[in-house]
Ligand binder design. Structure first.
Ligand SMILES: C[S@@+](CC[C@H](N)C(=O)[O-])C[C@H]1O[C@@H](n2cnc3c(N)ncnc32)[C@H](O)[C@@H]1O
Ligand code: SF4
Length: 450
């Protein structure tokens, strides 16, 4: 496996302190700040205190709910998400635990009485739940916390696990956005990466989803999978463009160290895999192709048909400081600057919730400055950051606060600063997760992500 690394001599001359080289293995995608490895097992008492303290005035900050479903039919070789393919007997017990966990939070003074703005079901594979279990889960959650003012309810689906009956149940319980994990449209590549579905399954699932009818349908792809070539990737994208989804999300393959793919690479059991430079080339071409087909780039990873109608609220609201309550094993929450992650071990999670105890794993209380950095780096992933928003909300001038990294990255052609905005260029977006470290506090640069 080769890695171009971004750390060429000319880059190092710009700023020797920037951590811009991409890792051969390890996590790459940034979903929060500070990195999870800075969170700590202590702090549970402060977290409970935060939830037990009534807000002095009603919060205008949007609140979202994330529900983690940690089950899959089989594990894909590259996947690092918490999920089990050998614990399907625990499904009913798990659904009861989700309901109990939500009850614990719904009664707290900090959250009780607030409306949910958006809901996201992620996994794992939420669509492997049967129609009956979907009904039970949705009705249990909505009994505890009404969804009458939610603006978006997203649900992740894997091909082969969707049926018309399940999709109708989802639509009837208020799901507005389906995200279908195609990953690639080439059967050999799908098999080589341990996917349980083939190309025909993606097309069948997509047809059913459209027939049942949802406001937004997104398709996920990964660039850089084992066995992929320029040709297989480009033709995969062509097939997706023909389907005309509302949104196409393309992730660059990352290879966390706890994945079977990483072990296979270490043992020389897998042929060469695309370098970061190759992934960027393919992705650059993909966004050009999507633009020619009428899509507009909405973030570093996604292109949408209609930027107004296909806004992805779960992402946009979180990137603008919304509160998020995560339930389920390993789910994480961000409430009023306080970050918390649930226990990742399924057995421990179930036992703790069954004892009516919060299943706390690790916690981090952010300072106001860390909240500002979190929002800034996350908003950079959307391609454009409003300077006035940061002046008003945090009382800072972005150009002055981040003068050195901004001018370094501008010199590389990865972003631009004008009177109103910091705008990330296409080249910047192609490597945005690595670039974000330049804005971290020194103690968080170069540390493990998770
Ligand atoms: C939880 S999975 C999606 C739902 C469903 N389980 C599936 O795989 O179709 C969320 C998305 O993360 C992306 N993903 C998973 N592992 C990845 C990796 N190692 N590198 C990049 N993207 C990854 C995939 O595109 C996947 O659709
Ligand atoms: S990529 Fe999706 S289906 Fe594959 S193991 Fe991960 S969560 Fe499960």
């Amino acid at each position: 496996m080769s890695d171009e690394g971004g750390g060429s001599a000319s880059l190092r001359v710009c700023n020797p302190n920037l951590e811009l080289a991409e890792p051969a293995g390890g996590s790459y995608f940034v979903s929060t700040y500070p990195p999870f490895s800075a969170w700590s097992g202590a702090g549970g008492r402060e977290w409970r205190h935060r939830l037990d303290t009534p807000r002095s005035k009603p919060s205008s900050v949007p609140l979202g709910l994330y529900v983690h479903i940690p089950f899959c039919v089989d594990r894909c070789h590259y996947c690092y998400y918490l999920s089990h393919d050998d614990r399907l007997d625990d499904l009913d017990r798990y659904i009861r635990a989700l309901e109990s966990e939500l009850e614990l939070h719904a009664r707290t003074p900090a959250l009780g009485g607030r409306e949910l703005d958006f809901v996201y079901f992620g996994g794992g594979t939420p669509s492997l739940l049967s129609a009956a279990r979907i009904e039970r889960l949705m009705s249990a959650l909505q009994d505890v916390w009404s969804w009458h003012s939610t603006r978006e309810v997203s649900f992740e689906c894997a091909p082969r696990s969707t049926t018309t009956k399940k999709l109708e149940a989802l639509r009837d319980w208020g799901v507005t956005r389906i995200s279908l994990g195609a990953q690639q449209m080439n059967d050999e590549v799908l098999r080589a990466n341990g996917r349980v579905h083939l190309t025909a399954d993606v097309e069948a699932a997509y047809r059913d989803i459209r027939e049942v009818g949802f406001a937004v349908v997104n398709v996920d792809l990964i660039v850089g999978l084992v066995g992929e070539t320029d040709e297989t990737f480009d033709s995969s994208l062509e097939r997706i463009v023909e389907l005309e989804p509302d949104s196409v999300t393309i992730y660059q393959l990352e290879i966390p160290l706890n994945t079977p793919l990483w072990s296979s690479l270490q043992h020389g059991e897998v042929p060469t895999i695309a370098s970061w430079a190759t992934k960027r080339d393919r992705l650059r071409r993909a966004f050009d192709r999507l633009e020619r087909a009428g899509y507009a780039q909405a973030s570093a990873y996604a292109a949408v048909r209609d930027p107004e109608r296909h806004r992805f609220l779960y992402q946009i609201e979180q990137y603008h400081g919304a509160d998020l309550l995560g339930i389920g094993a390993s789910a994480f929450s961000h409430i009023d600057g306080f970050n918390q992650q649930n226990l990742p071990d399924l057995g421990e999670y179930l036992e703790r919730v069954e004892d009516r105890e919060p299943p706390l794993f690790r916690v981090y209380e952010s300072t106001p400055e860390e909240c500002m950095i979190r929002e800034f780096v996350l908003q950079l992933k959307l391609g454009r950051v409003e300077r006035a928003y940061f002046a008003e909300k945090f009382g800072i001038d972005l150009e002055r606060r981040f003068a050195t990294p901004l001018s370094d990255l501008e010199a590389r052609g990865w972003l631009g600063v004008d009177d109103d905005h910091v705008t990330v260029t296409r080249e910047g977006l192609l490597r945005v997760d690595r670039m974000l470290q330049s804005f971290y506090l020194p103690e968080h640069r170069g540390i493990r992500y998770s």
